[in-house]
Design a protein around this ligand. Structure first.
Ligand SMILES: Cc1ncc(COP(=O)(O)O)c(C=O)c1O
Length: 479
């Protein structure tokens, strides 16, 4: 969320003009940046806010976001029935807490946490260790903290220095990991992206590790291009490191998107708790978990992987509740909706939804590759997400930014951005295919893409785009 600053004097006095059509009260304007002295009728307020919001992009055409933009009416109904429930009031809403516990268990089983497979009677033998969060950012923060606490305890026990922790990851990680490092004063050891290797790999990860490494983050899959990082290979390289230098370094898997894709589409891929070095995994329920924002999940391999002194026990809500979270109050509706999706779709339903996304992603990427001016960096065969760049931007006479801008005139929100440090001269467009982007919509996008390419080819070197807002520069992106 942007950090808003105080508005200047002229702006402070600006007024919001209420459309006379909805006007039922005495005053036609209210201050924009201060609380109005008097209220207004609910319908007038509703309409005033709605009128502002029509300036937002159309969420269904937003191919920039990983986050769910469509749920079926029954899910919406369930969510509206739960809007008044606070997730933290576990004693007051014990059934919501039970549903959260079941969701953790379902994920622990899907991710092969030891002991969480169903026994002969279908019941799981152990309860998964984990919790819901506001999203993956909070879940990553909790996963990272567990790594930090465990490393510190090991160092203290060994009588070694515990003041200079570092975390090894690819430069392609999502901004939440930069935040984790800055907030907890952990040195980020970023493995640069290079042409031909756009994410972390085992040997490069291990080359950065030392006795102060609290863990390695492996991303399933990369925000930049949808590719999976090779968790098993990273783990095997870390095994060699343990054999040669006695450094025993755990892995946290950031499965913000892939945590809900790989179990359904890539069942044979070993990326989860089947890999013994994986200590914790996070995912976003509000991405391929198919729930409206904001819900995330984090699961630890077992209770040993989550240091007990990170867990707080509070009794002022009644009962004695263990909590590990950065937030206190949080909406319960998203957790209920997550459980709804598990029941509604089942394994087969999730697989069908993710497969449909992947089919559309691969169809789109294939068609785009065949157009001529573009080169694919990924094709959507891992996450249903792919990125492409101009084959020859100089000869083309336009950039991916121009194309992104032109597509916006038709309502498509398709981000263009440059890769991080060391590959900043590579500018790409990324398309995220989510539930709700049908093959028909994909054809409409392709049609618009062809038209806009033609326009740009016949009018090369368009002027820099004029977008509202002071920060709308062409360049990096940290989604
Ligand atoms: C790999 C990865 N990690 C973490 C996040 C942060 O997730 P959230 O938006 O759920 O906080 C994202 C968001 O795109 C992501 O792609």
């Amino acid at each position: 969320m942007p950090l808003y600053k105080k508005v200047d004097e002229a702006e402070a006095d600006a007024e919001l003009d209420i459309n006379p059509v909805y006007f039922r009260e005495l005053k036609l304007t209210v201050p924009r940046n201060k609380i109005p002295e008097h209220g207004m009728l609910p319908d007038t307020a509703l309409q005033a806010v709605r009128d502002e919001l029509i300036l937002d992009g159309n969420a269904r055409l937003n191919l920039a976001t990983f986050v769910t933009t469509w749920m079926e009416p029954q899910a919406q109904q369930l969510m509206s029935e739960c809007f008044d429930k606070n997730m933290i009031d576990k004693d007051e809403y014990p059934q919501t807490a039970e549903i959260e516990r079941r969701c953790v268990n379902i994920l622990a089983e899907l991710w092969h946490a030891p002991g969480c497979e169903p026994g002969p009677d279908g019941a799981t033998l152990a309860t998964g260790v984990g919790c819901s969060t506001t999203g993956s950012s909070e879940a990553c923060m909790l996963g990272g903290m567990a790594l930090l606490w465990r490393w510190r305890a090991r160092q203290v026990k060994a009588g070694a220095d515990s003041t200079r922790p570092n975390l090894v990851m690819g430069a392609n990680v999502q901004v939440c990991w930069d935040k984790f490092c800055r907030y907890w004063q952990v040195e980020p050891k970023l493995v640069p992206m290079v042409p031909g290797r756009l994410h972390l790999a085992g040997p490069e990860a291990v080359a950065q590790c030392d006795e102060n490494t609290i863990g390695v983050v492996a991303v399933m899959g990369s925000t930049m291009d949808g590719s999976y990082e090779p968790v098993l290979q990273i783990s095997q390289e870390l095994d060699k490191l343990k054999a040669s230098r006695r450094l025993d370094i755990p892995i946290h898997v950031d499965g913000a998107s892939g945590g809900f894709v790989a179990p359904f589409l890539h069942q044979d891929l070993e990326w989860d708790f089947r890999v013994p070095r994986v200590a914790s995994i996070n995912t976003s329920g509000h991405k391929y978990g198919l729930v409206y924002p904001g819900v995330g999940w984090v699961v630890w391999r077992d209770s040993e992987a989550l240091p007990e002194d990170l867990v707080f026990r509070v009794n002022y809500l009644g009962g004695n509740m263990p909590t590990f979270a950065l937030n206190f109050s949080r909406p319960g509706a998203q957790v209920a909706a997550q459980y709804y999706n598990f029941l509604r779709l089942g394994f087969e339903g999730y697989r069908n939804v993710q497969q449909a996304c992947q089919d559309v992603a691969m169809y789109l990427s294939g068609q785009i590759a065949a157009m001529g001016p573009f080169e694919l960096l990924t094709d959507g065969s891992e996450l249903p997400v792919f990125a492409f760049k101009m084959r020859d931007p100089v000869a083309a006479g336009y950039t991916v930014f121009d194309l992104s801008e032109r597509l916006r005139t038709r309502g498509w929100l398709v981000p263009a951005y440059t890769f991080p440090e060391d590959m900043q001269d590579t500018a790409v467009i990324r398309i995220v295919v989510r539930n709700g982007l049908s093959r028909d919509m994909a054809d409409s996008l392709l049609e618009d893409l062809r038209v806009q390419v033609q326009v740009l080819e016949s009018h090369p070197h368009p002027p820099a785009p004029l977008m509202p807002g002071p920060d709308r520069e062409r360049g990096g992106f940290a989604h």
